[in-house]
Design a protein around this ligand. Structure first.
Ligand code: ADP
Ligand code: MG
Length: 593
């Protein structure tokens, strides 16, 4: 086409495409999931715009928010079409080739080491997975504010864009045409596509249709010569036989039934949102799959925990929260500059945004999930919504539920039950829960520490979730509650020491003195710990003491001794008075420190 404008892919994008094309990765199926996910995002966007401006949807078929898949077996083309927001010419140039996303080079790097292409969606470059199965791809797109354009590329370092004057007008939206590679013929099988949509797109909240063939019975004039066909026709026709028999008898306009292939749109998915269902009726497997679709993580790891609940009262909403099995690659990298909330906000089933920082504090950004509220207004701008007073209530409840969910990982973990307070762990025989909290801690411990620093309201709740090693923990993780339960009698403070690593701290002369006297000391070896301890002054009745600071008191200071002296007689008296009652000992408890 003479009018086509040529563009070169940005260098990183080009490298990524090379990797994909030459990949020996066997699970090529993933391209379909990525395309459907993009179509769904585009539909979410136009639906969101339509809340404040109905006009954007247009009329008739244009207003139908669905996804359509079509096959052309002869030309070996698979096409996926959506009636989403579409792309302007500029969008096509930027989004599909010239602007590398932050995840592009990270993904390229990852591919050179571990090579799991399955993660492509998480890095924001899912579109390019089309080149796993196609050697030539056309993207036809129509945005309300521009003409219809075609983007095309053979993944040879360049792409072209032309104004579309030859295809049928789309009205609005995008059609991706994959010219399948020779060896990708299986994606022209309807059954294959049906299976894939079932497998990967169960939680897409728009209908997905396949232009599917169907064998139907059609009545055609009987061919006098073929008497065997006639017999077939009369036997398969019992539905209407009574009426027609008489007529047949009269003037014999004989017809017969033959099989003919016709096409129609077949709905492939069930769009009932999982979060609207009763949690009791959702299986563990369904939650796991739902998590995978939210996280764009299609490994086989289960989330560490989830919480599905309905909040009632002034602000009503439903929510599902997940603790992922692994921290995303850039969780702490982007912590301070970008907000990477992973919570999707819906208002009355309509997707609003996945970039609302108002729903969760930064330190809980590692959680995945969604909130669907009936209380928030639908027909206001995002900015207005962001200031809505209900968001504060939602946030407060989400934090509470999130921390409960995390605490439960510990409560149900038999490995955590190594002190007397936790003897009654419900599922202590449950192997699946074993070691889960340590896993959580390794992945997200830093987030809990950042929470202690940032969230003064929930500081104590978060402190309960802290884990660390100590001089007595034997290389295992321990909690503040466990530490306190082991404190020597008379010890008032929680002792800790900070440094780059345990080995170095073990040699510290400051520790010597305390160890000799049998005190337990916490090792804080994370760079964030020092900062953390400026915020975490105390825990319950206990204060924190840095053992390498001067003027360390090991408890039983002179005042305490004085007190003990003055109550000595009373204590003695109680002891003898209670001797008959099976009392082992009477101690002078100090109500003040
Ligand atoms: P991601 O979906 O994570 O942003 P992709 O590589 O899958 O990354 O897609 C790149 C971008 O291309 C999208 O962000 C979107 O802007 C655009 N895009 C892709 N597919 C469509 C589509 N069907 N409709 C509109 N825009 C699309
Ligand atoms: Mg995508």
């Amino acid at each position: 086409r003479n009018t086509a404008e040529k563009f070169e892919f940005q260098a990183e994008v080009s490298r990524l495409m090379d990797i994909i094309i030459n990949s020996l990765y066997s699970n090529k199926d993933i391209f379909l999931r990525e395309l459907i996910s993009n179509a769904s995002d585009a539909l979410d966007k136009i639906r969101f715009l339509s809340l404040t401006d109905k006009e954007v949807l247009g009329e008739g078929d244009n207003a139908k928010l669905d996804i359509q898949i079509k096959l052309d077996k002869e030309k070996k083309i698979l096409s996926i079409r959506d009636r989403g927001i579409g792309m302007t010419k500029e969008d096509l140039i930027k989004n599909l080739g010239t602007i590398a996303k932050s995840g592009t080079s990270a993904f390229v790097e990852k591919m050179q080491t571990s090579g799991d292409l399955n993660l492509i969606g998480q890095f924001g470059v899912g579109f390019y997975s089309v080149y796993l199965v196609a050697d030539y791809v056309e993207v036809i797109s129509k945005h309300n504010e521009d003409k219809q354009y075609v983007w095309e590329s053979k993944a040879d370092g360049a792409f072209a864009i032309s104004e579309d004057t030859w295809n049928e007008p789309l009205g609005r939206g995008t059609e991706i045409r994959l010219h399948l590679r020779e060896e990708a013929g299986e994606y022209l099988e309807e059954s294959k596509l049906k299976d894939l949509v079932k497998k990967y797109s169960e939680f897409i909240n728009f209908p997905i249709y396949l232009w599917a063939s169907k064998e139907v019975d059609v009545e055609v004039p009987a061919d006098e010569d073929e008497s065997s066909d006639e017999a077939e026709s009369s036997s398969s026709d019992d539905g209407e036989s009574e009426k027609s028999e008489d007529e047949d008898a009269e003037d014999k306009p004989k017809t017969k039934t033959i099989k003919e292939t016709t096409y129609e749109w077949e709905l492939l998915n069930d769009v009932k949102a999982i979060w609207l269902r009763n949690p009791k009726e959702v299986t563990e497997e369904e939650y796991t799959k739902f998590y995978h679709s939210l996280a764009k993580d299609f490994g086989d790891e289960k989330p560490l925990a989830w919480s599905h609940f309905t909040a009632e009262g002034d602000v009503e909403f439903k929510a599902v929260l997940f603790v992922p099995p692994k921290a995303p690659h850039d969780l702490y990298e982007s912590y301070y500059n970008a907000n990477k909330a992973n919570l999707r906000l819906y208002v009355r089933r309509v997707f609003i945004s996945d970039e609302f920082d108002e729903l969760l504090p930064k330190y809980l950004n590692f959680l995945m999930g969604l909130v669907d509220s009936d209380t928030l207004p639908l027909n206001v701008s995002r900015e207005m919504l962001q200031q809505h007073s209900s968001l504060k209530t939602i946030k407060k409840k989400l934090i509470r539920k999130a921390l409960d969910m995390i605490r439960k990982i510990a409560d149900e973990d038999p490995d955590e039950a190594n002190d007397k307070d936790k003897k009654d762990v419900e599922n202590s025989s449950d192997d699946e829960k074993k070691g889960q909290y340590a896993k959580f801690w390794n992945e997200f411990g830093k987030s809990i520490k950042l929470g202690i620093i940032e969230d003064s309201v929930n500081r104590n709740r978060l402190a309960k979730l802290l884990r660390f090693e100590t001089t007595k923990s034997d290389g295992k993780l321990t909690s503040l509650d466990q530490y306190i339960s082991r404190m020597k009698s008379g010890q008032k403070d929680i002792f800790y020491i900070t440094g780059p690593n345990k080995e170095q701290l073990e040699k510290s002369p400051f520790l010597e003195r305390l160890k000799k006297k049998g005190y337990e000391v916490i090792y804080f070896t994370d760079p964030v710990d020092e900062y953390l301890m400026q915020y975490l002054m105390d825990y319950g009745d206990q204060k924190f003491q840095n053992v390498s600071k001067e003027g360390l008191k090991m408890g039983k200071d002179s005042k305490a001794k004085e007190l003990k002296e003055s109550f000595k007689d009373l204590t003695k008296w109680w002891k003898s008075a209670l001797a008959s009652e099976n009392v082992d000992d009477v101690k002078n408890q100090q109500p003040f420190g």
